[in-house]
Design a protein around this ligand. Structure first.
Ligand SMILES: Nc1nc2c(c(=O)[nH]1)N[C@H]1C(S)=C(S)[C@@H](COP(=O)(O)OP(=O)(O)OC[C@H]3O[C@@H](n4cnc5c(=O)[nH]c(N)nc54)[C@H](O)[C@@H]3O)O[C@H]1N2
Ligand SMILES: Nc1nc2c(c(=O)[nH]1)N[C@H]1C(S)=C(S)[C@@H](COP(=O)(O)OP(=O)(O)OC[C@H]3O[C@@H](n4cnc5c(=O)[nH]c(N)nc54)[C@H](O)[C@@H]3O)O[C@H]1N2
Ligand code: SF4
Ligand SMILES: [Mo]
Length: 886
């Protein structure tokens, strides 16, 4: 207890699939404090920068507080009836397959269970797919092909006990930072070696013994070579050969693959094979560089094949390890939230499974065939086959490939419902009905993390306005559609019990997923449920799978799946000569509707950028910090250019986080065509052919404002600061009346204006105030402008004169873009200290400035800065945006 008198409550972090335990203390005024739960087995007290900044994201900023239909606020009673009637009428007229749900791996298991039951058990269609299609689908398909079940064999402890960790298409240092820190601790303790397989040099490469910058999409060729070498060197496990089918066919195909397809040198490949084969305790971690590919499922199997062939699976310190992205990606797979699964690891196409589920749910209607996978689902909406759509906890108008087309399809769908925290998303803006959802700290339920540990999420704050939990909204629509009894839920505990008892069906069909032991937890036990990893709930002695050679195909054996290298489907050509790779930034979460509210997190990489190799930059005659336009066969975008040797010549990289709300020209998925893996249906999000050219702007701008703004310029990008927002702008059209524009963009028609003009340079400095308080300031010039941006962003505590001069007073210092979010330490401060105090490693920086001493997420960047700057005379580092501070 502290001064507020409110106790700390155990819960789970809102973000990634590591599933860290948090301790939350409500402050009694709608806010909370957060720290890592020292007892949670995923993190033992550690949190990364995103987890630590959760307190900055729970405010009421931008929240949707009441249901809305066709632009008007309305009551829950009216809106739920409207949704139920429109869905019922559409089904009556056009059949069950004329409606669809598109949901999310961020839903709680209880939400997911109700959505799936409503669509598959009662509406009678399998048209429910999830953003996990863009995320985990290839792994699900690969696991099923190899193991006969979608089960992750290992546990997080394997990372502590491994002697070699191979990261394939996984930037763990930024995307699963607490697991990365766990591996770093093991490296300290036992000298664990690290190999990174990624076309790009990422923060995860910082401590790597080997970085294999392979050709994009060539992972199968690399792992096929490993399989051949395993065979040649006599490392095939006789026991596992016995326990599997398909080895000789797989080897035959592997031998036909040309390792040169990887673009790696023979010595690099040899070094990798030697290390992998020579280290029994090897964990191969993989994520989106593997899954998000037109050959994603084959990539997964190429990796699993090597572990199966050597029997390095399901034993301490070894195994393939698919790390899940979203907090409940795994729970969604268990519940059966994908269009091609039923529930509890059962199969839609299996008549016996269908009958058992039908009986359990006492349902009128179970679909006989798979539903539409995400890309096809949105195509069906475009074609008019689907006439009513409910999108829950995801933002497809920004994150689906071919996003402009998806956006148009949603807009043209006769009836679209969106459940979200906010109306300010690309998807919510085009929906007919908006339902206000309770958010992470306001709702209760369970999530399952990457290593099958089920943790409780607990409500500590009251939902604001009329917001309600997703399960609650879904259940009431189910009741109003006529299924009162089936959806008569009053609490998440009640749903959890039903779900847990349903898992006995899975066991009766010989499946591995079973948490029936939890089916009679009382409300209090559910409230108190501590992190529970299955299958230990059943008294199993080992928490791992498959070490005993028992698999879930009908013959009990594994399948070593024959696979061949196939390059990405869209190849570069004269018109689109660069391959665009996409991914994540350290401190932002997807479309930034939550992480973007945190000033601390927004300080790290605050503008959408594209990284390009210096040789390409020179060849195209571009310069650092230019704005560049990217075009692909389906769309285009404008990004800030960063010169970076982290990407290879011919490739460029851009992050996925910006949307119509924050930088409309930098929606990456507008460029990505909807090419998919034929088996999993997962889109190829990491290989798009594009062209790159300079955007010739006639003016450049920088702005700060108290409220969010929506300028109309070819390029603008907005991010949160401690006191409001900051914005970069550029435009092609000359503007005559800047004062008028500023009023319009910032929504301040009546503000007082103070301005300085320099017509010769086309420079304008305009401050808008209410007479006392500065509300916004806009700086424009024909050339990129020189200003102390970070200093100005501390508005409004600077005087009008300082604002208009664009300079700090002597007392305040511009520390540069933030590198350490926990202690707010900026790039310039760190570089200064490295030079002045002759610091030589990340620990030294920690001692001198505290940077990197809390969550550790920035340590790879600190190490890179030391490498760059400790030699005193080097340029600004390759991977930092300082050059943006033109
Ligand atoms: N900070 C942060 N963390 C997150 C998220 C977030 O939004 N922000 N999102 C969460 C979610 S949902 C997910 S799914 C995970 C994703 O976690 P990751 O998969 O680690 O993240 P990405 O950055 O999407 O992609 C990983 C890497 O794949 C590489 N890659 C591209 N093409 C290839 C290829 O052909 N072969 C190989 N081997 N590599 C390739 C890219 O260069 C990139 O570095 O992160 C989770 N954690
Ligand atoms: N090019 C490219 N595209 C990608 C990827 C990539 O690497 N490259 N990665 C893909 C992957 S792996 C993923 S997982 C997706 C992620 O893409 P999305 O799921 O579309 O992105 P989010 O921003 O996480 O969207 C979640 C939405 O739910 C809302 N929300 C938050 N809490 C709640 C709640 O409790 N209830 C409800 N109802 N709503 C809530 C948020 O405000 C937000 O609008 O993007 C995919 N798209
Ligand atoms: S690693 Fe970071 S984002 Fe992921 S669950 Fe832990 S604290 Fe949250
Ligand atoms: Mo994801």
């Amino acid at each position: 207890m502290d001064g507020t008198g409110l106790p700390e409550v155990r819960s789970t972090c809102a973000y990634c699939g590591v599933g860290c335990g948090v301790l939350l203390r409500p402050d009694g005024a709608g806010g909370l404090t957060v720290r890592g739960d020292p007892d949670h087995p995923a993190n033992y007290g550690r949190l990364c920068s995103k987890g630590l900044a959760l307190d900055e994201t729970v405010g009421l900023d931008h929240r949707l507080l009441a249901p809305r239909a066709f632009g008007q606020d309305t009551s829950w009673d009216d809106v739920l009836q409207l949704v139920a009637d429109r869905f019922s009428n559409t089904i009556r007229e056009f059949g069950p397959d004329s409606v669809a749900f598109y949901v999310s791996g961020q839903l709680l298991t209880e939400d997911y269970y109700v959505a799936n039951k409503l669509m598959k058990g009662f509406i009678g269609s399998a048209n429910i797919d999830t953003n996990s299609r863009l995320c985990m689908a290839s792994t699900v398909a690969g696991h099923k092909r190899a193991f006969g079940t979608d089960t992750v064999p290992g546990t997080y402890e394997d990372l502590d006990h491994a002697d070699l960790v191979v990261l394939v298409g996984s930037n763990l240092a930024w995307c699963h930072p607490v697991l990365y820190q766990r591996i770093m601790a093991a490296r300290q303790a036992r000298g664990t070696k690290i190999v990174v397989i990624d076309p790009r040099r990422t923060a995860s490469c910082d401590q790597a013994d080997l970085h294999l910058a392979l050709q994009p999409g060539s992972d199968v060729a690399l792992f096929n070579r490993l399989l051949c070498t395993i065979h040649q060197t006599g490392h095939v496990s006789a026991e596992f050969l016995e326990r599997s089918n398909g080895f000789s066919e797989a080897l035959e195909l592997a031998q036909l693959d040309d390792p040169d397809e990887t673009g790696l040198s023979p010595s690099e490949i040899e070094a990798f094979c030697d290390l992998w084969i020579g280290t029994e305790r090897v964990v191969t971690v993989f994520s989106q560089g593997v899954n998000q590919s037109s050959s994603g499922t084959d990539k997964v199997n190429a990796i699993l094949n090597c572990h199966l062939a050597t029997g390095r699976i399901g034993r301490e310190g070894m195994g393939p390890f698919s790390v899940t992205g979203q907090p409940n990606a795994m729970g969604g797979r268990e519940v059966g939230g994908l269009a091609n699964t039923l529930a509890c690891h059962l199969d839609i196409e299996n008549e016996d499974h269908r009958q058992a589920v039908k009986q359990f749910w006492n349902s009128p209607n179970i679909p006989r065939r798979q539903g539409l996978k995400a890309v096809d689902l949105f195509r069906s909406i475009e074609d008019g086959q689907i006439k009513a759509l409910w999108i829950i906890h995801t933002n497809p108008a920004a994150t689906m490939p071919d996003a402009d087309r998806v956006s148009a399809a949603i807009e043209n769908c006769p009836f679209t419902v969106v459940s979200d925290l906010t109306a300010r998303t690309d998807t919510a803006r085009i929906a007919d009905v908006l339902l206000p959802a309770a958010g992470w700290a306001e709702k209760s339920g369970t999530v399952t993390n990457s290593d099958r540990t089920i943790s409780r999420q607990r409500a500590v704050l009251r939902p604001p306005g009329q917001a309600r939990s997703d399960w609650d909204i879904l259940a009431e629509v189910g009741r109003r559609m006529g299924w009162e009894e089936a959806f008569n839920y009053e609490s998440p505990a009640q749903i959890f019990r039903e779900y847990a008892s349903m898992t006995s069906l899975a066991t009766s069909f010989g499946k591995d997923f079973n948490i029936t032991e939890l089916s009679d937890v009382g409300d209090e036990d559910y409230d108190a449920l501590s992190p529970t990893q299955w299958p230990t709930t059943l008294g199993a002695t080992d928490k791992r799978f498959f070490g005993d050679g028992q698999f879930f195909h009908p013959d009990g054996k594994a399948r070593i799946v024959p696979v061949s290298h196939k390059p990405p489907k869209v190849e570069t050509c004269a018109q689109f000569p660069f391959l665009l790779n996409t991914g994540r930034n350290r401190d932002q979460w997807h479309t930034m509707t939550r992480s973007g509210l945190s000033p601390r997190l927004s300080a790290h990489l605050s503008e959408p950028y594209v990284d390009m190799n210096p040789t390409d930059v020179d060849r195209l005659g571009l310069s650092a910090a230019d704005l560049v336009q990217l075009d692909s066969s389906v769309g285009s975008g404008v990004f800030r250019l960063r010169i970076s040797e982290a990407v290879a010549p011919g490739q460029v990289f851009a992050p996925i986080h910006w949307t119509g709300e924050t930088a409309p020209s930098a929606r990456v998925d507008a460029l990505v065509p909807s090419v998919t893996d034929p088996i999993s249906g997962q889109p190829e999000s990491k290989a798009t052919a594009v062209s790159v050219r300079r955007l010739n702007a006639s003016w450049y701008g920088f702005a700060i404002s108290v409220d969010a703004a929506s300028p109309t310029a070819e390029y603008w990008a907005m991010s949160k600061t401690g006191k409001g927002y900051r914005m970069e702008l550029a435009g092609k059209q000359d503007i005559d009346d800047w004062e008028h524009k500023a009023r319009e963009w910032f929504g301040l028609p009546d503000a007082m204006v103070t301005s300085i003009e320099d017509p010769n340079r086309g420079a304008h400095r305009i401050a808008l105030s209410d007479g006392q308080r500065l509300l916004a300031a806009l700086f424009v010039s024909r050339q990129p402008i020189i200003l102390m941006r970070d200093y100005l962003a501390s508005l409004p505590e600077v005087s009008l004169i300082q604002i208009l001069s664009g300079r700090s007073s002597a007392a305040s210092e511009d520390c540069g873009p933030i590198v350490c979010s926990c202690f707010g330490v900026g790039l310039k401060t760190i570089i200064g200290a490295i030079r002045d105090k002759r610091l030589i490693n990340a620990d030294d920086i920690g001692d001198a400035l505290q940077a990197g001493t809390n969550c550790g997420s920035c340590r790879p960047e600190l190490a890179e800065l030391v490498a760059e700057h400790s030699k005193l005379n080097r340029n600004t580092p390759k991977s930092f945006p300082e050059k943006q501070q033109v």
